[in-house]
Design a protein around this ligand. Structure first.
Ligand code: IPM
Ligand code: MG
Length: 347
């Protein structure tokens, strides 16, 4: 029995619905395993802009920093397209302020859903990739300039920033199939040359038991879609990871299936489904909650160090998928909350 405080940031669009679904499953975990989870909801994104003028209000950040783990639904929507402050700024600010430099994005394929994948079944059966994306550096956070006719975004990486995320990649590979692919653009970019040199040195000095290879991001994007089974763990910088993780999300058959974890060196992590706010289906109980529920499993595993509990959620999700208990994006008949209810009941 243990007590944990969890901040929920439902956000915009389908965010509140999938956050409710994740909470339902976490409450079922608490009951089954005898834990006490205290939930507190706070604002982020567009709803925070509407109500407070800020995409990440100070009280939200404060509550997150003091919590044991943070769950985020989704941010953004067309309503704020032309607004002076954008909902996405809230997400970038919380990542940076909480020091969440490592973003873990698993891309897996469930056998039962193999025919939903746009790729051939032979190519995607058994795919199990973990993308480790650097999340607080690079072009996302570099100095920006803008005049009427020119603009610039500076891309900077330090050895320390590269090392700490590369370590996460090596450690993850050790716990899996022992293979790490580092992706860069070292034939063109200086930051990528520093990235590659740093990863090679770390490998030589500390992780020579892991099989390391390197790819250039353009050809890696091609190989990833043609031979996804060749990959185990991928580590890459912020922008490349943003792009490659969306590419990898298509293997599973629905972007609604995948979760993610954003971790720092200490302090609470942030857990969110990789899908966006899907404003076209918001409020209709149609959103697939499985990505959110898998993020809740990652919250249990990495955030609260509750391994048996995380395993139990993943097993329940897999069983619900086999039983066809899911939403319309996968050809199922259930709504968001009913899907979550079935998974909770399996616990
Ligand atoms: C993601 C998203 C964000 C990013 C946006 C919403 C700022 O695309 O989490 O991948 O670019 O990091
Ligand atoms: Mg993205």
């Amino acid at each position: 029995m243990s007590r944990h405080s969890i901040v929920l940031l439902p956000g915009d669009g389908v965010g509140p619905e999938v956050a409710r679904a994740a909470r339902l499953v976490l409450e079922a975990v608490a009951t089954k395993f005898g834990h006490d989870f205290a939930f507190a909801e706070h604002r982020i994104g567009g709803i925070a802009i509407d109500q407070t003028g800020e995409p990440l209000p100070a009280e939200t950040l404060d509550a997150c920093v003091k919590s044991d783990a943070v769950f985020l639904g989704a941010v953004g929507g067309p309503k704020w397209d032309l607004a002076p402050k954008r909902p996405e700024q809230g997400l970038l600010a919380i990542r940076k302020s909480m020091g969440l430099f490592a973003n873990l994005r698993p891309a897996t394929v469930d056998d039962a859903l193999i025919d939903r994948s746009p790729l051939k079944a032979e190519a995607v059966r058994g795919v199990d990739i973990l993308i480790v994306r650097e999340l607080t550096g690079g072009v996302y956070f570099g100095e920006r300039t803008r005049t009427a006719t020119t603009a610039s975004d500076l891309c900077t990486y330090s050895v320390e920033e590269i090392e700490r995320v590369a370590r996460i990649g090596f450690e993850a590979a050790r716990g899996r199939r022992g293979k790490l692919t580092s992706i860069d653009k070292a034939n063109v970019l200086e930051t990528s040359r520093l990235w590659r040199e740093t990863v090679i040195r770390l490998h030589r000095d500390h992780y020579s038991d892991v099989t390391l290879d390197h790819g250039l991001v353009d050809s890696a994007a091609m190989k990833l879609i043609t031979n996804p089974r060749d990959y185990d763990v991928i580590v890459t910088e912020n922008m490349f990871g943003d792009i490659l993780s969306d590419e990898a999300s298509v293997f599973s058959g629905s972007i609604g299936l995948l979760g993610s974890a954003s971790l720092g060196s200490s302090g609470p992590g942030l857990f969110e489904p990789i899908h966006g706010s899907a404003p076209d289906i918001a409020g209709q109980d149609k959103a697939n909650p499985i990505g959110a529920i898998r993020s809740a499993a990652m919250l249990l595993r990495y955030g609260l160090k509750l391994k048996a509990e995380a395993d139990a959620v993943e097993v329940a999700v897999a069983a619900a998928i086999v039983a066809g208990e899911f939403t319309g994006d996968l050809g199922g008949k259930l709504g968001t909350q009913a899907t979550a209810g079935k998974i909770a009941a399996r616990l």
